[in-house]
Structure formats: structure tokens, C-alpha cells
Design a protein. Structure first.
Length: 231
């Protein structure tokens, strides 16, 4: 093992009293080398651990960022998907509602169609009873009906007025009123007819017939009401 000597001059000390010390630089023993290596490894490990910690921290930050981005994208996709599903559900509900309404309308139309004849017949019966009651109180009702019918054929020279037998006397009394609507030389005949309901009349001319019976008048009114409903 090599040895080295060194002499130093110490201030205030003579050479005679100077102490020559032997400074020895020796090689490390195997145990010391292992210890020194371990110390170096510890330092390297410390630096590695610090680096690893930084890497882990960065990885965690990146993970959070990726997670947040995925959540945002998933939320937007979910929102779009949810809105699409909601719109589809709304369309299905509207289609079902339309189907129910169409079915109800078809059923209503079928019911009205079945009941229409019954309703008309009932209404006609009610009208007849109302007219009958009015005629008992005011027999002059037939006069107004006959005037309206005569006004439609006032230019005819020959006319025949058919009325219910119970209305004939009242119409005869109103003859002058009827003739005032006709040409001066017109011929008017007032005849009884059991086929004509009270309150109505039929006028026959050489060119046609005016049906002013209660049944016909009521049916005409019903048709007019239907036309208004369809419009």
C-alpha cells in the first residue's frame, strides 16, 4: 500500500518543534467500497424516486384530464342521445294520440250515421206536434205557409191549392189574400187532401208542383243544416 509524507511549516513554530505528520491516502476496503456504493445507490434511488413521483403526478393529472374530457364527451353524447330518444318518444305519443282521435272520430261518425235517421224522425215528430199545438191556438198558420208557396208560382195562370181538410175553411177565408199575389186573370182552386198534414200545403200547376208540406219543409231544412255543417 503506497504511503505519502508531507512536511508543513507551521507559523510560530520552529523546525525543531515542528511536528511532521504522516498523511496516508489509502485504498478503500471492500466493506467501505460496498458502503460507498450503497450510498451512491441511495442517492440515485432518491433521485429516481423523485423523478418517479413527478412522473406519477403528471400521469395522475393526465388521467384526470382524460377522465374529464371523456365525461364531457359522454355527457354531450348522452344529451344528444337523450334528446333524440325524447323526440322519438314524443313522436310516438303524438302518433298514438292521432290514432285515438281518428278512432274516436270514426266511432262518432258511425254513431251519428246510425242515429241520424232516428234523430231526423224524432225531430220531425216534434215539429209536427209543435205545429199541431200552434194550429190549435192559431189556425192562421196555414195562411202564411200557403202565401210563401204561392209566391214561388205567382206567374202561373192556373193553380190548385191542396190543404188538409181542417185547414180548408181558413184558406177559403184568405182567398183574397192569395189572389192578390197572382196575376189578375189567374184561376185558384182550394181543395182538401187528407194526404197533406195540417199546417202544410201542395200547389199544383200545369208546369209543376210546389211541395210545402211539413215533412218536406223539415227535410229541406235538415239538408240545409247538413250543408252548413259540412262547410
Amino acid at each position: 500500500m503506497p504511503s505519502f509524507y508531507s512536511r508543513r511549516v507551521l507559523k510560530g513554530i520552529s523546525l525543531d518543534t515542528a511536528v511532521c505528520r504522516r498523511l496516508e491516502l489509502r485504498e478503500l476496503s471492500p466493506a467501505e467500497k460496498r458502503q460507498d456504493l450503497q450510498n451512491g445507490r441511495m442517492e440515485d434511488r432518491g433521485e429516481a424516486a423523485e423523478t418517479a413521483a413527478q412522473i406519477v403526478a403528471q400521469a395522475e393529472e393526465e388521467t384526470v384530464r382524460i377522465r374529464e374530457e371523456a365525461y364531457r364527451q359522454g355527457f354531450e353524447a348522452g344529451f344528444r342521445d337523450g334528446r333524440a330518444r325524447g323526440e322519438e318518444k314524443a313522436r310516438e305519443m303524438m302518433e298514438r294520440a292521432r290514432a285515438v282521435l281518428n278512432e274516436a272520430e270514426a266511432e262518432r261518425a258511425a254513431v251519428l250515421s246510425r242515429l241520424e235517421k232516428e234523430i231526423v224522425a224524432l225531430a220531425q215528430e216534434i215539429a209536427r206536434r209543435i205545429v199541431a199545438a200552434e194550429l190549435r191556438v192559431n189556425p192562421q198558420v196555414i195562411v202564411g205557409v200557403a202565401k210563401e208557396a204561392l209566391a214561388l208560382v205567382r206567374d202561373r195562370p192556373h193553380l190548385m191549392l191542396l190543404v188538409h181538410p181542417e185547414d180548408q175553411a181558413v184558406c177559403q177565408q184568405a182567398r183574397r189574400e192569395f189572389e192578390a199575389l197572382l196575376p189578375e186573370n189567374a184561376v185558384l182552386r182550394i181543395l182538401p187532401d187528407l194526404g197533406v198534414e195540417r199546417g202544410g200545403c201542395i200547389i199544383e200547376t200545369g208546369e209543376g208542383v210546389v211541395d210545402a208540406t211539413m215533412g218536406t219543409r223539415w227535410a229541406r231544412m235538415v239538408e240545409e243544416l247538413k250543408g252548413l255543417k259540412n262547410d
